[in-house]
Unconditional design. Structure first.
Lengths: 361, 360
């Protein structure tokens, strides 16, 4: 009876109609996983939330959209049924062929993709792509880890040995070794972006080997951070903040700051100004940020980390500065050579630097 | 006298259809009621939610095409579970056959990409079907020759297939240009499988429907299918009556895998143009649900696939309009599955044909 009554009461509440008020900008967000995953998707959802606060902007979100026709149809559905004028399909794998195909079909809609894959002249004009140099944040996290570790063993749980991931592992290790030359990073590749069971196994195995700071590059670092906390070791986050999962051991984390990117784009679209097809940035452009330091980080460590961050922001500190050898002993960047963040050679990284225990294949 | 003997002539098929349709439809209605209560508990109006679901799945021409597009791979994936089920085998590893079919189709497509497009497509289809057939055929052979439970082996083979796909596209088959998303080379735009004339739906839908009709003919109208159903009824009796049970089991598994492999081929030929981790979409697992809802009847697979395609197509709208989590659609699918399984146990008690006969 109460149930039936509840039903009737619930029926009274009508659904919000998706027709936009004149002048309102509807922005659609598409996530490949759950938007509360403590990771990649949550970082984007936090950016979306920042847009929801802007006047005259309405957001529509859809999560768990696989990288197949489902992604194409979700974009079209947002355009056709929700009247979305701007769409943010946030997974790297949405770009080719999904965004490219739908963007050609809907030239009046703006498609903004995360991954920095836009090529002038080759891709439709209503497409943009953005990305952040999050290896800068991993470098700073490495400084914190290198100064906090007692065993000098750091652990990195990563999905696949692709350039973007290798760059993070290397930056983290270079950061740690810049302040603690004895620190080494053990890497375990799980093989895919979301394999919670393997990630937990890897975290336990690294803890068993004496690793006392764990970080990761998988879609959701939740399991890694939770396992580290349970094992009584430190953790460093990625994508979004996992601080509340590890109140004791969470040191800091490399986070995206998509709110900045999204607000910039949407303000320009609203004002009908031209926007850049390809934007990339690090600390300086505020595309990335650090999680606030956890209770286990010493004051001296904070000072060192803040110095590194200031250097990266100002451009005086270069992460990939020769001489850099890979972990097989081959020289990869000769002494005196600096690869700035925008250097495309870094986009092809296929090695692990000296101090990393692991292999790319 | 004559009257009673004449009756079964027209009655049997009608009753059989009624029997096959009434229970699932009743189960569907009960599920909709239960899901409505669930929606009510989330603080939304079930009527508004159902109206929105209808709009998202069938309400507009765009929505309906969206539904059909999503249904296409589900038909082929559904057959992968439905066919062996007629022989009493529970195969749940369609996902493995899909990815193996996809990677084989992409490999062959790339290597013959200079041939004329119809030849490329035919080669890819053959490769996809063979690879998928081999994968599920393995589960069938393990069952027949080693007594390995086919449910477990097909599921484990799915994990193996996914691991093999990742290994191949990140290693031997990797296009060096695909940096951050390791993939095989592209089969070439000219070789892509286009859309059906006048529709925004690719040829996979046609493949799915043709496969379902073909499998229906095979399982319901042929000696092969009849023999297979005897195996499903009682494998021992089938063996004693001289049926070649091992051959029937393995062939059916190969055919089932070939259907799923074709779904993988369509993913490559119609959507991606190459094989990569995006082939892992979960269609294989949704296919299990399709097969069970269709009660392993190949023609019913078409309709159930459209129904689940529609649920999938409307799921996004539910998230966007009502702010319901993505899992809402999974709740509906789960309710459907459980209610259907429970309804099976009522079937014997509420025998529709007996009920109709008494009334008649």
């Amino acid at each position: 009876m109460t149930l039936a009554f509840g039903l009737v009461a619930a029926c009274g509440k009508t659904a919000e109609t998706p027709t936009p008020a004149t002048g309102d900008l509807t922005v659609g967000f598409i996530y490949v996983g759950p938007k509360d995953d403590y990771g990649y998707n949550q970082a984007h959802a936090e950016g979306a939330k920042a847009l929801a606060g802007m006047p005259g902007v309405k957001i529509r979100e859809e999560e768990n959209v696989p990288e197949t026709v489902a992604a194409q149809k979700t974009m079209e559905s947002m355009i056709n049924l929700d009247s979305a004028q701007v769409v943010f399909p946030t997974s790297f794998g949405y770009f080719d062929p999904h965004i490219l195909k739908i963007a050609e079909k809907y030239p009046d809609t703006t498609f903004l993709h995360c991954g920095g894959l836009y090529t002038e002249g080759k891709h439709p004009k209503n497409v943009g792509s953005y990305f952040g140099y999050i290896d800068e944040a991993q470098y700073v996290a490495g400084v914190v880890a290198g100064l906090t570790t007692k065993t000098n063993k750091l652990g990195f749980i990563a999905a696949k040995p692709i350039p973007q991931v290798l760059r993070n592992i290397n930056a983290f290790t270079l950061g740690a070794r810049s302040v603690n030359p004895n620190a080494t990073t053990k890497v375990i590749f799980t093989g895919d972006w979301a394999l919670p069971v393997k990630e937990a196994e890897a975290a336990n195995s690294l803890a068993d080997q004496g690793v006392d700071v764990l970080t990761s590059h998988v879609d959701s670092p939740k399991v890694v951070v939770e396992t580290a906390e349970r094992r009584g070791i430190f953790s460093s986050g990625y994508h979004a903040s996992q601080a509340d999962l590890a109140p004791k051991g969470y040191l800091t984390g490399a986070e995206w700051n998509w709110a900045k990117v999204y607000q910039d784009y949407v303000e320009k679209v609203k004002a009908k100004e031209a926007w850049d097809h390809l934007v990339r940035g690090g600390f300086k452009e505020e595309y990335i940020k650090m999680s606030p330091y956890g209770p286990a980080v010493a004051d001296a460590t904070k000072t060192k980390a803040d110095e590194a961050k200031a250097g990266l922001t100002a451009g005086t500190l270069v992460i990939f500065k020769g001489p850099i050898k890979d972990n097989q002993g081959t020289e990869r960047i000769p002494a005196g050579k600096e690869l700035g963040q925008r250097d495309i050679e870094l986009e092809k990284m296929d090695y692990l630097v000296e101090g990393v225990e692991g292999s790319t294949s | 006298m004559d009257d009673t003997s004449a009756k079964p002539g027209w009655r049997e098929p009608v009753l059989a259809v009624a029997d096959a349709v009434v229970v699932p439809v009743a189960a569907l209605l009960v599920s909709i009621l239960i899901f409505g209560v669930f929606i009510g508990l989330t603080g939304n109006s079930p009527i508004a939610v159902y109206a929105e679901m209808y709009r998202g799945a069938f309400g507009t021409w765009f929505s309906f095409q969206n539904t059909l597009l999503r249904a296409a791979p589900l038909m082929l994936a559904g057959l992968c579970t439905a066919l062996p089920a007629r022989l009493g085998l529970i195969i749940i590893g369609g996902e493995g056959a899909i990815v193996m079919g996809g990677v084989a189709a992409a490999t062959v497509g790339v290597s013959v990409s200079n041939a004329s497009p119809p030849v490329v497509i035919a080669c890819m289809m053959l490769a996809g079907a063979l690879a998928g057939g081999f994968w599920i055929g393995l589960a069938g052979a393990l069952r027949v020759y080693r007594g390995v439970n086919e449910t477990i082996s097909s599921l484990l083979l799915a994990y193996l297939g996914i691991a093999l796909l990742n290994h191949l596209v990140e290693g031997p088959l990797k296009d060096p240009e695909s940096l951050n998303k390791p993939s095989t080379r592209h089969i070439g735009e000219a070789n892509m499988l286009g859309d059906l004339p006048g529709l925004d739906v690719h040829y996979g839908l046609l493949f799915g429907i043709v496969a379902c009709i073909g499998c229906w003919l095979l399982m319901e109208q042929s000696v092969f299918g009849f023999s297979g159903r005897i195996v499903g009824g009682n494998a021992r009796a089938a063996r004693l009556s001289g049926l070649r049970v091992p051959r029937l089991v393995i062939l059916t598994c190969v055919l089932a895998g070939a259907c799923a492999g074709t779904a993988g081929m369509v993913e490559v030929a119609a959507i991606h143009g190459k094989a990569n981790a995006s082939l892992i979409t979960g269609y294989g697992y949704t296919g299990i649900l399709v097969a069970f809802l269709a009660r392993h009847h190949a023609l019913a697979v078409v309709f159930v696939a459209v129904l689940l395609g529609g649920i999938g197509a409307s799921g996004g709208l539910l998230q966007r309009t009502f702010d319901l989590p993505d899992a809402t659609v999974l709740v509906l699918q789960g309710i459907l599955f459980v209610v259907l399984l429970v309804s099976e146990s009522f079937r014997s008690k509420l025998n529709v044909s007996r009920f109709l006969k008494v009334r008649g």
